[in-house]
Design a protein around this ligand. Structure first.
Ligand code: MG
Length: 256
C-alpha cells in the first residue's frame, strides 16, 4: 500500500500537484466521543489529548458584550446576540458543562498544546460583529495566545476586518467557497477553506492556492476516501468530526 501511495504521489508531483500529510483539526473540538459535547471545554481538552494539530470553535458576542462559544445563533430559542451572558451561559451542553465564555475557554487552552482555530460568527448587526472581532483579538492578546490562533469567518466584512487587524503571519480563513484564490490573494489573505466536495470537483484550486502562497483546508472530511484524496492532492489541513479515527487512518496511510 505504501508503494502505491508513493507512486501516486510521484505521479501527482510530476503533474505539478503537491502531495503532503494534512494536519488534523477537530471540528468544534473532539465531541464525537463519550462524555463530550460540541464546542465544550471538554471537547477542546479531548482534541488536545489525542494529538490533533488544532481544534475549531465558534465565537459570538452577547448583548452585554461577553464573548461566548456556540455554533448556532440560538440556544433553545434564545438568540445569543440579543441575550445577556448570564442567560446564555446558564444553558448546559450535552456533557453537562455550561456554555463556556471565550475567557473560560482560553484559560484552559493556555495550558494545552494544540492550535486554536477560532471562527467568528456572522452577527445580525455589523457593529456587533465588528466589536466581537475587536474583543476576540484583544482576548487572545491578553492570554498571550496570538501565536497559537488562526481565524475563520464566513463574513466578507469580517474577513476584511480580520486581515487588517491580526498580527503579521496570522492565518485568516474564509470557508464560504465563493472566493477564488486570486481574490483571496488580492485581500492579502493567506488561507482558503473549501468544502472537501468542492475541492474534489475542482482540484486545480489547490495548486492555484499553493502557487499564490495560500494554504488550503478541506472541511469536512467524511471518510477514508476523502482522507486519501486530500493526502494525494496536497491539502494542507483537514477539519474532521471524527478526529481520532482520521488521525489513526492518516497514520496507517502514511506510515503503514
Ligand atoms: Mg465553525
Amino acid at each position: 500500500m505504501k508503494n502505491i501511495l508513493l507512486i501516486a504521489a510521484s505521479i501527482l508531483l510530476s503533474a505539478g500537484v503537491h502531495a503532503a500529510t494534512p494536519r488534523v483539526i477537530a471540528h468544534r473540538g473532539y465531541w464525537n466521543t463519550e462524555g463530550s459535547a460540541k464546542n465544550s471545554i471538554r471537547a477542546l481538552i479531548k482534541a488536545d489529548s489525542i494529538g490533533c494539530w488544532g481544534s475549531e470553535f465558534d465565537v459570538w458576542m452577547t448583548a452585554d458584550s461577553v464573548l461566548v462559544i456556540n455554533h448556532d445563533a440560538e440556544i433553545e430559542g434564545l438568540n445569543i446576540e440579543h441575550s445577556t451572558a448570564a442567560e446564555v451561559c446558564s444553558h448546559r451542553l450535552a456533557d453537562g458543562e455550561n456554555v463556556p465564555t471565550l475567557e473560560q475557554f482560553l484559560t484552559i487552552a493556555k495550558n494545552l498544546n494544540l492550535r486554536l482555530v477560532c471562527e467568528i460568527k456572522t452577527h445580525d448587526s455589523r457593529s456587533n460583529e465588528k466589536a466581537c472581532i475587536e474583543r476576540t483579538l484583544a482576548m487572545f492578546k491578553h492570554f498571550g495566545l496570538e501565536d497559537r490562533v488562526e481565524y475563520v469567518t464566513f463574513s466578507r466584512n469580517g474577513l476584511i476586518q480580520l486581515i487588517a487587524s491580526v498580527p503579521a503571519g496570522t492565518s485568516v480563513q474564509y470557508p464560504a467557497g465563493d472566493y477564488i484564490p486570486e481574490q483571496m490573494k488580492a485581500f492579502n489573505g493567506n488561507g482558503l477553506n473549501y468544502r472537501c466536495k468542492k475541492l474534489r470537483k475542482e482540484p486545480e484550486l489547490i495548486k492555484r492556492c499553493h502557487d499564490l502562497g495560500i494554504s488550503v483546508k478541506a472541511w469536512k472530511i467524511l471518510g477514508t476516501e476523502d482522507l486519501r484524496w486530500c493526502i494525494e492532492h496536497g491539502v494542507d489541513f483537514i477539519t474532521s468530526d471524527s478526529p481520532e479515527t482520521h488521525l489513526h487512518e492518516l497514520k496507517k496511510i502514511v506510515e503503514p
